[in-house]
Every structure is written in structure tokens, then in C-alpha cells.
Design a protein around this ligand. Structure first.
Ligand code: ADP
Ligand code: SF4
Length: 588
């Protein structure tokens, strides 16, 4: 419904620091200077802006030293009430994604753009207020708002109690903190379908049912959470980031299983940043665009291929909205930097035994300016091999020329000592202000403490910190975790730029194939049996490495003809069969 509101003013209260700036915005606002109360102090002494008095001049947002204020002059189409607004000067969400029964609907958008807010509303966990702060909108108001749309049908069903939602939240770590018993006990409690053993087997967690929740890995916990969600007898399943912590094999296997639960009466919604997985899993896509932390708009649904391609292009034709000033691009042959044949580190064939686990590698070397991607399942020895290269472990057999320094970003990030981001990144700020600090958006994090950062913010800070070290080889273990699509591709580009500048090399372990495709010029492949043995091959040329890895998985890939992004072929499809018969698992 239309409103008189012409603009939104959002104040990020965690950044607003009036004591440090001396209430600068209040002093500068021309409306205040004319004697009106456009910007005042809220009950905590922070800025509160009256959107109806504000003229949208932008002085306060331009001058705020902490980037705490955003003023958005709304285009005509958005001069309507939002679905939800988090309090005065809080985030605004416009429109909602539409669940379809009989289909998987994907939600695609940046971090902080309102995805979680939207699915919490659909799951009935958050009552929308239609922008009327401190008031919940009843079903009647919602039905009125969505009159004549698919969402109206959905909310009518919800009102009549015909929609039963089961929801998997993003942060599965919280389950481990809240629940102390065995995996089987947790799942039996929710198993409304009586299919615990069948689902556990399909998700590959049958062997861990007798373990304590507190003792299982992140990837296992993710699959337990997915099983718990799907075992409920619901007709709308909502899964927020189901692939975090899973390796490529587990991601695709889980996606296939989730799809297998569709029926004409059942709808599934997923939020997912791994575009290969999203592409494989979803039929339809809702794009969310806007400004992170300020406002989010949900687009009308599109088919999965078109939706992902439109998202990458940054332009929504039907709304004539350019929501990103550049396209996200892929190349058939990712050669982001010049290659060199000069060697940085070499190893003979190696062997290492750790408890029951053994691993061996062929001889290999890392050349200068090489971007090496690493592919392999969880538990197959990737971290152990990285530790051998870093000199933290000694091989039992074989030798590594270890006259080199290694900088390392581990998979699970722990803060050793809490401090201000600006202090932690002192070196990086001095060395790479333009190449690293700006593209990573670190400026707005400088005044925060490490312990206050979100997962994605901490990831960017840690990558920045690692890159500023004095080293020959930079190892990154799962740098894509917690990052959205834009951030993943930006990280790929930035790491390459820094390697090119300093003439060093990096090794990147990751499970997002699109990210690895974007960052790597060579691949190392880990084969074997998780927790038993690992066999390391490479670095190999990209096509050879991808082929080796995908053949092992039995999955073929093609490149999208428009966006050039890699796409997994559906198993048994014509392309899949024809590529397999020719032994081509990855097109480059
Ligand atoms: P996404 O899931 O796309 O990352 P979210 O829906 O979690 O985005 O958040 C969108 C915006 O809403 C963010 O700026 C976030 O800080 C804000 N937000 C989320 N929950 C609340 C809340 N309970 N109160 C105020 N603001 C919130
Ligand atoms: Fe005042 Fe609005 Fe201008 Fe900010 S944008 S200074 S609140 S009139």
C-alpha cells in the first residue's frame, strides 16, 4: 500500500558514537538548523531521524565519521509500506519471497539484505509490522497488503492452519550449545514421519547416531540439523544455508536428497550462497536486492537459470533496477594472473601416519605466482597436508624443501586476543589501503572489536590479516565460509591481485566449486577414504584436476552459455550421459 514516506533513514546504532563525534549530525542537519527536530537523541543518546521531516540532503550520511547513517530517497515504486521494519530507523524489508508447493524456491542475495528476516516471517517466527513500528500486523492487514498475489494465497493457507512449516536456522552451532544428548535421541524426539534411519542413511549420518551432539563436526551437525528439519511432518520446509561446513560431495548428495522430498503438496525454500548447489537444488529463484543493513527488496520469482544469471548481471529488467554497478563475471579459462615456472616449494613423494589415518602424496611443487585450489572431501587429510607444508608437522617419509615462510588462515577462526580491528590490521592498513582495505569494506569495521564481528566480517578481517604477513606461500582454509556471492568473488579477485603484486603463491582449500573455479589456476586433488587414508595429486592444470575430482564423484559439469559459470548436469540427463561417455567431466 502507498505511503507518504519518500525516503528511509537508517541509523546503524552499533556504529553511532555521539561521544566521539560530538553529535555532528545534529549540528549539521539543515532542518535542525532551521529549528525543527529532524535529528534528535534517542533514549541511549544515539541519533534518531524523523523520516517525514528529513529532506534527503544526505549531509548527515556523508559526514558521519562512522558511516552509521544511510539516507535512501525511495524510487516511486518503493513509496509503499514495507512488510517489516525493525523499529525507528531500522532495516526495511519490501515484499516477500513466494513459496510454491511442488517446487524448490531459492533465495539469493547479499548478507544483511533481509533473507533471514523474510524466511522468519514465512516460518511464522517473526510477525511483520507493515512498517507500523511497535505494532504487529494481523492476518487481515497482510491479506489486504498482498491482495491479488501468490502471497495472498499463501497467507490465507497459513491463516487457516493449512501450512505447517519446519525451519532450519543458519547457525547450526547453536544446536550444539543448546542440546546435550546423543544424536539419535535428538532426532527420535522430532521424528514425526518414523523415517529416522532412512533419512540418516541418505544424509550419510547413520554412523554417528550414537555419538554425543557435542562431539560431532560442523559438517555432521549441519546434516543432523537438516535431518531434524525434514523429519517433521510439514508441508513447507525452509532451510537457511544448508551447505555450510559440507564438502562438495556432501553438498550435492544433500541437495539431491532435499529435492527427493518434493511432492505437489510440499514446498521447499532455501537460502544458499553456493551457486552450484543452489542451481542444482532450486527450480525458482527470488532475488533480494537493496542496500545491506538498510533495506531489502524481493524480486518476482524467476526460473533458476535466469534468476542466477540476472543476479550475476546486477540488472533487473522488469523493474529497470541496476542493483550492482558491475557484472559478476566468470571466464572459461580462469587466468587471473601471469604464471611463472620458478619454484617456491617442492616436495618428494611423502608419507605421513596420524593414528588410524595415513596419507601419501606424489612429488609436487608450487611455483611463483600460482593460485592453487584444493579439492577433497572432509576428513581426507587436507589440513594435515597444509600443516606439513607449513612445517607444523614432519613427514614420516620424504622431504619438503621448507626454506619458505607460510602464512595460514585456518578453517575455524578463533580470536586469540580481543582487540580493535584497526590495531589488529595495522600492517594491512599501512601496506594495502587501496588493494585490500577498500574492496574488503574494512573501513567501516575499524572501530569495532574482533569479538563483536559477525562470521562474514571476521572472515574478511582474517583474510586481510593473513595477506599482510610476510610469507612466501599463503594458505587459506575455507575462506568462502560465511561470505555471500559478491564477497566470495571479490575475495578471489583481491587475493589474486595481492599475489600478482608481491609475486607469491597461495593455496586455497574450499568446497564452493564456483569460488574455486574463479580463484584457481591449478588444482590439487585429494582422493581416498575419509578418516582412513588420503592420496594427494597435483598441483595439476585446472581441467585435469577438475576432471579427476568430478569423475570420482560421478558428476559432470558444463558452462552456462551466457554467464560462463559452471553448472552441474542433472544425473542421467542427456548432457550428463553424453559427457560421461566421452570422459569429459568438466568443460572449460
Ligand atoms: P540476511 O539474512 O540477508 O543476512 P537479515 O534478515 O539477517 O539479513 O538482516 C537484515 C538486516 O536487519 C540487518 O541489517 C540486520 O542487522 C537487521 N536485523 C536483523 N534482526 C534484527 C532485529 N531483531 N532488530 C533490529 N535489526 C535487525
Ligand atoms: Fe537532516 Fe535528512 Fe539532511 Fe540528514 S539527510 S542532514 S537528517 S535533512
Amino acid at each position: 500500500m502507498k505511503t507518504d514516506k519518500k525516503r528511509i533513514a537508517v541509523v546503524k546504532k552499533e556504529r553511532c558514537n555521539p561521544r566521539a563525534c560530538g553529535d555532528l549530525c545534529i549540528k549539521l542537519c539543515p532542518v535542525n538548523r532551521m529549528g525543527k527536530e529532524c535529528i534528535v537523541k534517542d533514549e541511549k543518546g544515539k541519533a534518531a531521524i524523523d523520516e517525514m521531516l528529513c529532506t534527503g540532503c544526505g549531509i548527515c550520511s556523508n559526514r558521519c565519521p562512522f558511516n552509521a547513517i544511510s539516507i535512501i530517497n525511495l524510487p516511486k515504486e518503493l513509496q509503499q509500506e514495507p512488510i517489516h521494519q525493525y523499529g525507528q530507523n531500522g532495516f526495511h524489508l519490501y515484499n516477500l519471497p513466494t513459496p510454491f508447493f511442488g517446487k524448490v524456491t531459492g533465495i539469493l542475495g547479499r548478507n544483511g539484505i533481509g533473507k533471514t528476516t523474510a524466511i522468519k516471517i514465512l516460518a511464522g517466527l517473526l510477525k511483520p509490522n507493515l512498517g507500523r513500528i511497535d505494532e504487529e500486523a494481523g492476518y487481515e492487514a497482510l491479506l489486504q497488503h498482498f491482495k491479488g498475489t501468490e502471497a495472498q494465497i499463501f497467507f490465507e493457507k497459513l491463516k487457516k492452519g493449512e501450512v505447517k512449516v519446519s525451519y532450519k536456522p543458519q547457525k547450526v552451532e547453536l544446536i550444539a550449545q543448546q542440546y546435550k544428548g546423543k544424536v539419535r535421541a535428538l532426532l527420535s524426539n522430532i521424528d514425526e514421519k518414523g523415517k529416522l534411519d532412512e533419512y540418516a542413511k541418505a544424509l550419510g549420518i547413520d554412523a554417528i547416531l550414537s555419538r554425543n551432539i557435542s562431539d560431532i563436526s560442523g559438517g555432521e551437525l549441519q546434516r543432523v540439523a537438516i535431518a531434524a528439519t525434514l523429519l517433521k511432518d510439514a508441508n513447507l520446509y525452509i532451510l537457511d544455508e544448508p551447505s555450510s561446513y559440507l564438502d562438495v560431495k556432501q553438498r550435492l548428495r544433500t541437495a539431491k536428497f532435499i529435492r527427493s522430498l518434493l511432492s505437489p503438496q510440499v514446498g521447499i525454500m532455501v537460502v544458499e550462497h553456493d551457486l552450484v548447489v543452489l542451481d542444482y537444488l532450486a527450480d525458482m529463484i527470488n532475488i533480494l536486492y537493496g542496500e545491506a543493513g538498510v533495506y531489502g527488496v524481493v524480486s518476482i520469482p524467476k526460473t533458476v537459470r535466469e534468476g542466477i544469471n540476472v543476479y550475476l548481471s546486477g540488472y533487473l529488467r522488469e523493474d529497470n533496477v541496476r542493483f550492482r554497478d558491475h557484472e559478476l563475471k566468470f571466464y572459461s579459462r580462469p587466468s587471473l594472473m601471469s604464471k611463472s615456472s620458478e619454484s617456491l616449494i617442492e616436495w618428494t613423494s611423502l608419507k605421513k601416519q596420524l593414528g588410524d589415518f595415513s596419507m601419501e602424496s606424489d612429488e609436487g611443487k608450487i611455483t611463483k605466482k600460482a593460485m592453487i585450489g584444493v579439492l577433497g572431501e572432509n576428513g581426507i587429510g587436507k589440513t594435515t597436508f597444509m600443516k606439513l607444508l607449513a612445517g607444523e608437522l614432519e613427514p614420516d617419509e620424504g622431504e619438503i624443501n621448507e626454506e619458505i615462510k607460510i602464512a595460514y588462515k585456518p578453517q575455524y577462526i578463533e580470536i586469540e586476543k580481543d582487540m580493535l580491528v584497526a590495531l589488529f590490521l595495522k600492517e594491512a592498513i599501512k601496506k594495502y589501503s587501496n588493494q585490500l582495505i577498500k574492496p574488503f569494506g574494512i573501513d567501516s569495521l575499524k572501530e569495532r572489536m574482533l569479538s563483536e564481528l559477525s562470521g562474514g566480517e571476521l572472515q574478511r578481517v582474517m583474510i586481510t590479516h593473513t595477506l599482510s604477513k610476510d610469507a612466501d606461500v599463503f594458505l587459506f582454509d575455507e575462506p568462502s565460509a560465511y561470505l555471500d556471492v559478491e564477497q566470495r568473488l571479490m575475495v578471489a579477485k583481491t587475493i589474486s591481485t595481492i599475489m600478482e603484486i608481491i609475486g607469491k603463491s597461495c593455496v586455497v582449500v574450499d568446497h564452493d566449486l564456483l569460488f574455486l573455479d574463479a580463484i584457481s589456476s591449478y588444482l590439487m586433488v585429494f582422493q581416498g577414504k575419509p578418516a582412513k587414508f588420503g592420496k594427494i595429486k597435483g598441483p595439476l592444470e585446472m581441467e585435469e584436476g577438475m576432471g579427476l575430482f568430478l569423475k570420482d564423484l560421478g558428476i559432470t559439469f558444463r558452462r552456462d552459455k551466457d554467464s560462463k559459470r559452471p553448472r552441474a548436469n542433472k544425473e542421467g540427463s542427456q548432457l550428463d550421459t553424453s559427457q560421461k561417455s566421452k570422459g569429459i567431466y568438466f568443460y572449460s
